[in-house]
Design a protein around this ligand. Structure first.
Ligand code: PMP
Length: 440
């Protein structure tokens, strides 16, 4: 495998090892001693590493960058807000309602909202509100989905070690140590697009289920998408059983369409979580939905608690206001979709040249690339794709100036600033990377 790390990042990682576990601030940033990336600066669709190598970036910080790094339309508003008004006071501001109104104008399913500082916090808020409203505890999640780093959501189906001949289902295992077994108690997991599995879980637990939590387009599993019929099935079964349908739009919100996946499917969630693209890289998140459900957040007896020192801070909300205004008033998303479609064509030509069967999944603004002859329908199907070839291909792209996550479960993210990139250059690099990957 091509090593991508060079002298400056080598010494930064060595130094960082004395200060932080794995030498990184987030475990997923550790790509091994030879490949861990240290970034110096970002602009547009590019990042520069500490060795001054420039990359065209399709990872985009796991999705938040929707317009481009250091977009003046956003940054100027944030800087003005900080210098003229401040950051936090621990009180409400006019920005709170202004941003919610903007979101409501883009996402008509939202009646009331609350803010949070990260996707994880937004999911915690939505799940707690759903539980408070229904008076139930069980939550159904989808294999291969991801909903943040908190104990209850840190259980996954062990599809890697699943023997389908001897085991009916994969075992459910924690992400690692430190996650109490008791946090598993209320979670059920089903494969995406499997009607029988969802019928089964509701037949067994029906009236104990507070919510289904789903990424309808799995931003954490190669953008594998729920079918229209499957989403309708979830809507119907939730209605029949009085359960909440929570759509986790942390990655898809304000990206796949102005109104997120709900605009694409025309199916309404009871509660939705947003983060990433809503602030073009500033730390902001939100959850909201049905007014009667959100109004469960109250000081009444039996009310749901929600808040936080940094919630709705003015850095976050001024960034959200500026970003959402651009997304609402310009055709940025149309541009992003066009560039995403063009990039898939480039990649297809390269894969065809080498005779590699491939399928794209998900929307053009965040598409998954899968080596195989069928579009995966769920995580179990993803396991059948040649993800090892993808990882080799990805590392060779990175070595040649195209940044992406070397794991095909992470989609290619497109931002508006990609519109100026040179597609011929991309094709050349992709050719070289695939040629090498087939030899590695
Ligand atoms: N939900 C989804 C769908 C996500 O993709 C993520 C993060 N990748 C989260 C929740 C958690 O968000 P954060 O990292 O901001 O806590």
């Amino acid at each position: 495998m091509t090593n991508i790390k060079k002298p400056a990042s080598t010494s930064l990682l060595e130094k960082a090892h004395t200060h932080m576990p794995l030498g990184v601030a987030d475990s997923y940033r550790y790509w091994g001693e030879d490949n861990t990336v240290f970034v110096k600066s970002m602009k547009g669709c590019q990042i520069s590493d500490s060795d001054d190598q420039v990359f065209v970036d399709f990872r985009l910080a796991y999705g938040p960058i929707i317009l481009g790094y250091r977009d003046n339309r956003v940054d100027e508003q944030v800087i003005r807000c900080i210098s003229e008004r401040g950051t936090i006071s621990g009180f409400s501001t006019d920005l709170d309602s202004e941003v919610v109104s903007l979101i409501k104008s883009l996402c008509p399913n939202i009646e009331k909202m609350r803010f949070a500082n990260s996707g994880t916090e937004a999911v915690i808020g939505a799940v707690r509100t759903a539980r408070g409203f229904t008076g139930r505890n069980k939550v159904v999640v989808v294999e291969g989905g991801f909903h943040g780093l908190y104990d209850e959501m840190m259980w996954k189906s062990d599809v890697d070690n699943w023997d389908s001949n001897t085991q009916e289902k994969p075992e459910i295992i924690p992400f690692g140590a430190g996650i109490p077994e008791s946090t598993r108690e209320h979670q059920e997991s089903v494969p995406l697009n499997d009607f029988a599995a969802i019928d089964d879980v509701f037949a067994r637990l029906g009236d104990d289920i507070a919510a289904i939590v789903i990424e309808p387009i799995m931003g954490n599993c190669g953008s594998i998408a729920a079918t229209q019929e499957y989403m309708q099935k979830l809507r119907d079964i939730c209605d029949q059983h009085g359960a909440m349908l929570i759509m986790d739009e942390v990655k898809t919100g304000f990206r796949v369409a102005k109104g997120g996946v709900q605009e694409l499917y025309g199916i309404k969630a009871d509660l939705t979580t947003y983060a990433k693209a809503m602030g073009n890289g500033y730390p902001v998140a939100a959850f909201g939905g049905r007014g009667d459900v959100m109004d469960k957040i109250s000081f009444d007896k039996g009310g749901v608690t929600h808040g936080g020192t940094y919630t709705a801070n003015m850095i976050a909300l001024s960034a959200a206001k500026a970003t959402l205004t651009v997304l609402k008033e310009t055709d940025a998303l149309a541009t992003i979709n066009k560039v995403g479609a063009d990039i898939q064509q480039v990649l297809s030509r390269v894969f065809d040249k080498f005779g590699i069967e491939h399928r794209f999944a998900g929307p053009d603004s965040m598409f998954g690339v899968h080596f195989g002859n069928e579009v995966p329908q769920n995580y179990r199907d993803w396991k059948k794709t040649d993800s090892e070839l993808y990882t080799r291909f990805a590392f060779n792209l990175i070595a040649n100036g195209v940044m992406l996550e070397p794991d095909s479960r992470e989609p290619w993210f497109i931002c508006e600033a990609h519109k100026d990139m040179d597609l011929n250059w991309l094709e050349e690099v992709a050719n070289k990377a695939m040629e090498q990957a087939l030899k590695d």
